[in-house]
Design a protein around this ligand. Structure first.
Ligand SMILES: Cc1ncc(COP(=O)(O)O)c(C=O)c1O
Length: 269
């Protein structure tokens, strides 16, 4: 979001707006404040209160919407039509994805190579798409060769549009009806970047895994207790996916696997 807000500001935006499932809104609020630009955010009314408070603490105008991020998206369009403002919705401008490329750079920096497998808790998909873009640019820069991690999208059984589309060999992911998951970062029933995500999963020889919604919190708690990191439900989902893929023999014993913990537990209240 830092890159996106900086570019919007440099290109003359006078105010910023976006729908969010949570985290992106908090980041936008913070960077908007830093850039001195007013921020409008719409989010589902049951987004954790800590996130709502965090956005407001940075001075953002937050509106809670009945429904999901797709409904929040409609509200943002109305708001912009009436009040103006630059639209920072996922993949509606080019720079959020540029910022997410850093996850790809950091993998190489930290490991000295790319991992064999990436398990990414997927909502709108900017993370997956950004890393995939980073890898091909890193190859053009001569930093890596043609090797790629196998990329897996992880979703919850309560909202798994990308997994379903992957399994049905579709190019686009139809909207998931009645999306429900405690992993609020993953509660994205329709993703504008569906085509790009599905292509990256297939080109990487990876896949997509929907984990049992009822097991997510217990798995996140296991990660916290064993690893001492603030694992949110999304990390719990990634951990369940790891177990499943090992059981199925899709991940081997000696492979380097990276699980993304996209949101901390302390925000989950
Ligand atoms: C906690 C959390 N996890 C995962 C995601 C999904 O990230 P992406 O949009 O890169 O799929 C989000 C996005 O809002 C999030 O807030």
């Amino acid at each position: 979001m830092a890159v996106a807000v900086t570019m919007a500001s440099q290109n003359g935006a006078k105010s910023l707006a976006a729908p969010t499932a949570g985290n992106a809104g908090a980041a936008l609020s913070a960077y908007g404040a830093r850039a001195g630009l007013p921020v409008f955010i719409a989010m589902p009314q049951d987004t954790p209160k800590s996130i709502v408070d965090e956005c407001r603490s940075y001075g953002a105008e937050v509106e809670l919407v009945a429904g999901l991020i797709t409904d929040a998206g409609k509200r943002v369009q109305q708001y912009i039509a009436a009040n103006g403002g630059f639209d920072l919705s996922t993949l509606k401008e080019p720079y959020r994805v540029e910022g997410k490329k850093i996850m790809g750079y950091e993998l190489l920096e930290d490991l000295g190579r790319l991992p064999d497998v990436i398990l990414y808790p997927t909502g709108g998909g900017t993370g997956l798409i950004g890393m995939w873009k980073a890898f091909s640019e890193m190859q053009r820069l001569g930093w890596i060769g043609s090797e790629r991690p196998r990329m897996y999208s992880v979703q919850s059984s309560g909202c798994a549009p990308i997994v379903r589309a992957f399994e049905q060999q579709l190019d686009r992911a139809p909207e998931w009806e009645n999306a429900q998951t405690s992993a609020w970062g993953l509660r994205v029933p329709r993703a504008i970047g569906d085509r790009l995500m599905l292509r990256a999963l297939r080109e990487s020889n990876g896949g997509a895994v929907a984990v049992d919604e009822r097991s997510i919190e217990k798995a996140a708690s296991e990660v916290r207790k064993h690893e001492g990191i603030d694992a949110g439900p999304e990390a719990g989902a990634a951990f369940l996916a790891l177990r499943r893929l090992i059981e199925k023999g899709e991940i081997g014993e000696n492979e380097i696997v990276v699980l993304f913990n996209t949101g901390g537990n302390k925000y989950h209240s």
